[in-house]
Design a protein around this ligand. Sequence first.
Ligand code: FCB
Length: 465
Amino acid sequence: MSTDRPAPTVPQSDLTVIDLPEVRRRDFPADFLWGSATASYQIEGACDEDGRGESIWDRFCATPGRIRDGSSGAVACDHYHRWPADLDLARTLGTNAYRFSIAWPRIFAQGRGGKPNAKGLDFYSRLVDGALERGLQPWATLYHWDLPQALQEQGGWATRSTVSAYLEYTDAVTRHLGDRVKHWITQNEPWCTSFLGHHEGNHAPGVRNYATAMQVCHHLLLSHGLAVPEIRRNVPQGRVGITLSLHPPTAASDSAADAAAVSRHDGSRNRWFLDPLNGRGYPADVLALLGPAAPRVLPGDLEAIAAATDFLGINYYFPEMVADAPDAGPIATRVVERPGVERTAFGWEVSPDGMVTLLDRVWRDYRPAEIYLTENGSTYDDVVRPDGSILDLQRRSYLARHLRAAQQAIARGVPLKGYFAWSLLDNFEWAEGYLRRFGLTYVDFDTQKRTLKASGEWYRDFLRA
Ligand code: FCB
């Protein structure tokens, strides 16, 4: 199995692409949704305020050696206090939607039980009102990785009782906000929670066990499926979906072994999620490879996971080139570097074409009613110039080229209905701490000053035109 976030030692390519293709807003459907995205732990800070409980990320960050720069999300962008100004920024960009996530430990400090924390609910209530006042359609993600630590101590996502705790939390939040928030994302990137958090161990809670990761993955999908009818009950006219991180795979060579590896990799990375969500159960070829590492599935689980949804959220960052690797775990594949290609500062390959291929394939094979790109973006080593501006030409080019790719996908018939740029703000990038900036807005973490980068200005001008 590959790593979603290749080691920081991956060499950057010398290829610096800054060209700006011609892409115009008016070439997109008039009702296309334009947004930016964030996540609670990455921006909020205020970790001890207003009754928020500890999350697995607080604990993970406090463990020496886990975060590359030794930092944490304790302050992050201080968004908990600065949210009105941040929503103003989103409005300045000219976006009409805003994707954010809710911190479960703000609602139930211990994960479950008793009354939900009114102060936590109030914060999101004010945020949602603030978004609506600024003409931003709120898109709420229920789980973007900050599990209450108290639940982790009872086994976390590896135990089935966390699914019922999630449903309790989801019920409280959707009851409270459902009169105003109509778009709900149940889970963000279950692959990352499962495999980065429980197999590779470089994300919280830092577990390293393949079978555990598979069981976690099943519980995440189950939590999604069981939440769908609950959200529908609580939110009149609500629209529900899940967000997956998907990667178009290609073969490292022409060999039959690598071609077979691509199929296995696609099975564990993409089909493992898309198949059960679409009523096809877990892919038989992958199940056979997993053997004893296969998750325990109870009667009725697969029916629950296949609950009909209104949209599919896709986070697209990069394609994966795959090679046969007989010694590499049950799937026996390895993601290898394509030589000489353009990469971001993270080492992630830049491939707008890969996005078209991916969207086309998902549409062809699964026919979701609607697709939203719920994240897409890039990180580069931004430099603040003497006049305070940030001329991030590579990020600007990345954005423009991916919007053109989005347009190409639509032209091919993909029901792509919206695009959320990752991210509104530079923020706490998980295991990388503050070393990776993904924002359209530069954040000076010493002063909390925000400055729109050239990429943000370009997005604004694109949206205004
Ligand atoms: C995605 C995560 C998001 C952010 C981007 C760069 O996998 O959903 O929180 O870290 O990567």
